[in-house]
Design a protein around this ligand. Structure first.
Ligand code: UT7
Length: 325
């Protein structure tokens, strides 16, 4: 028998304020257009957090939705991980703030920071805690308020990102050790710090500034197209599955052109890809759990389906997780 980390519940939360593409041209007077944003990225709208609404606020709401879906109480969790690059405070972690807000008075909580690949890294950590017997139930939340680190004078970046949160509850279950098991089947993680300058925030605690997101979009695009299909293939191979057996690719939602090109490289038709980028923009670590939750709500992802998730972001950091829902 093999211990597997199986999905028990999923949920998400999006801030009330919906910002259409027209906002950047009409309200901010930027030299951009709905046509450019849609044709280059697939993004039509995104949500921005209200003034005073923080990452841990979004995370807490997504956590409550996932707990309700799982039929669990906060005290049933052994561990809580938040993947974020936009925590409320330098410390404590967003995860302990969510733990406190939920009234979860046991277990442990910590943050994972791998930017847009954060949820993949969070899943990998949660899986490791479960298969090593250190936890039986782990919640992983991806939550971001990227609107707070956008330079609204830079049309090349500010139109791309949005705010939101998604959460997944994983629970230990015994499997046969075959690809037919439910749960996380394989993980592939990578990073290469030589590419730091391609996507970063030009501020932080140690530099005593908050900073803004900076990106060499074309270069990141090139790396994404090259690396995402590869990491998914490595993870598939480790899972003992082929791309023909994937029911759903749930990719990081940065750019529809990247999503399409990765699916094509993997030989998977777009009708087997969960796409939410048109409604959410790029929500960094929140994008995959948001897409998992929306995909389940839409009736796309069902129990027993093979789900392939993949993401790349600042670092560069990238990776993939294959799981059977
Ligand atoms: O989640 C982390 C991972 N991040 C990503 O995956 C993002 C990867 N990169 C991308 O998605 C794309 O590179 C972008 C969407 C950021 C840009 O698309 P692109 O097709 O690579 O455009 P580009 O950067 O080559 O820019 C083409 C033109 C430029 O004008 P010139 O130099 O050709 O005159 C830009 O200045 O489009 C211009 N441009 C814009 N025009 C209107 C850049 N941003 C805008 C804008 N509106 N918002």
């Amino acid at each position: 028998m093999t211990t597997r980390a199986v999905v028990r519940g999923v949920g998400h939360y999006l801030p009330d304020r919906v910002v259409p593409n027209a906002y950047f041209k009409d309200a901010l007077k930027l030299d951009t257009s709905d046509e450019w944003i849609v044709s280059r990225t697939g993004i039509e709208r995104r949500h921005f957090a209200a003034e005073g609404e923080t990452t841990s606020d979004l995370a807490e709401k997504a956590a409550r939705a996932a707990l309700a879906d799982a039929g669990l109480e906060p005290g049933d969790l052994d561990a809580l991980i938040v993947a974020t690059s936009t925590a409320d405070l330098t410390f404590p972690s967003a995860a302990t703030m969510v733990q406190g807000a939920l009234g979860m008075d046991r277990g442990y909580a910590f943050d994972v920071q791998a930017v847009c690949a954060g949820f993949i890294y969070g899943l990998a950590n949660a899986n490791a805690l479960i298969v090593s017997g250190q936890a039986r139930r782990v919640m992983i939340i991806g939550a971001e308020t990227f609107s707070r680190i956008l330079d609204f004078d830079d049309r090349a970046t500010c139109v791309l990102f949005g705010d939101g949160a998604g959460a997944l509850v994983l629970e230990a279950a015994e499997g046969a050790g075959t690809p037919a098991d439910r749960g996380i089947l394989s993980v592939d993680l990578n990073s290469d710090g030589r590419y730091r300058e391609l996507l970063y925030v030009d501020g932080g605690v140690s530099t005593q500034t908050t900073g803004f997101l900076r990106m060499e979009g074309k270069e990141v695009f090139r790396h994404a197209v090259e690396k995402l299909a590869k990491t998914a293939d490595v993870a598939l191979d480790r899972a003992g599955l082929t791309s023909a057996e994937i029911d759903w690719i749930v990719p990081h939602q940065a750019n529809l052109r990247i999503i399409k090109s990765t699916a094509a490289k993997m030989g998977v038709d777009m009708d087997r890809v969960v796409v939410t980028v048109q409604d959410h923009g790029n929500t960094s670590a929140a994008s995959i759990p948001l897409a998992l939750s929306v995909g389940k709500e839409r009736g796309q992802i069902k129990q027993g389906d093979v789900v392939a998730t993949e993401a790349i972001g600042g670092g560069l950091a990238w990776g993939a997780v294959i799981l059977r829902w």
